[in-house]
Design a protein. Structure first.
Length: 181
C-alpha cells in the first residue's frame, strides 16, 4: 500500500496484519482520485470508516487542506497514527475516535469531500449519505463517495444528491454523488 500521487508520492504505508481491516486497493484508490481530482485542491476532506487512513493521506498528498478521519477501531487508529507520522505533516490530519453516525450527529464542521467505506457487511451506504445530508455536514458544492460491496446497490438519487458516476470492480462498487442544487 502506497501513496500514488502528490507530495507524499511513493510513501509506503503500514497495512493491517489481519483481515479485519479491508484497505481500498491501489487501483481503486487511483481511479477514485482521478475522478475527484478537480474537487481536491484546498478542499476539506472527511474520511468515514477510515481504516488505515490511506485515503486521507492520498487526499492531503494531492492538495486537500486537511483530512478528518472517523474510526472507532483501536487497531485501525494505531495504523492510521503510524501512517500519519510517516507524512511528517501531522497538523493536516485529525483522527476522531467515534461511531460514524454519532460523529455525523455531533460535528459542527462541514466538508467539501466526504468518503465513506463502511464494512461491507453493514450495507449502509444510503443511510450514511442520508445522515450526512440530515446533519448538514457537506458543503453545498461538495461530493460524496461511497465504497461498498459489489452486491450492494446504491440509488441514483438520495435527497439532494445525484449519482454522477459509478465504478465497478471484482468485489467493490464505488458511487460518486454531487448536489442537484
Amino acid at each position: 500500500m502506497r501513496v500514488i500521487a502528490g507530495r507524499f508520492r511513493g510513501l509506503k504505508l503500514n497495512e493491517p496484519k489481519d483481515n479485519d481491516i479491508r484497505p481500498t486497493t491501489d487501483r481503486i484508490k487511483e481511479d477514485i482520485f482521478n475522478i475527484i481530482s478537480p474537487y481536491i485542491p484546498d478542499s476539506t476532506f472527511l474520511d468515514l470508516y477510515s481504516g488505515t487512513g490511506a485515503i486521507s493521506v492520498e487526499a492531503v498528498s494531492r492538495g486537500a487542506e486537511y483530512a478528518h478521519m472517523v474510526e472507532r477501531s483501536f487497531e485501525s487508529i494505531k495504523i492510521m497514527t503510524s501512517n500519519i507520522e510517516k507524512t511528517k505533516s501531522k497538523d493536516e490530519f485529525r483522527i476522531i475516535k467515534s461511531d460514524v453516525f454519532k460523529f455525523l450527529q455531533t460535528t459542527r464542521n462541514k466538508y467539501d469531500i466526504i468518503f465513506a467505506d463502511p464494512p461491507y457487511k453493514l450495507d449502509n451506504g444510503k443511510e450514511i449519505v442520508e445522515a450526512i445530508l440530515q446533519n448538514d455536514v457537506l458543503n453545498d458544492d461538495g461530493i460524496i463517495i461511497v465504497e461498498c460491496a459489489r452486491e450492494y446497490k446504491m440509488p441514483d438519487t438520495i435527497g439532494r444528491m445525484t449519482l454522477f458516476r459509478q465504478k465497478s470492480y471484482a468485489h467493490t462498487n464505488v458511487y460518486f454523488y454531487v448536489s442537484e442544487e
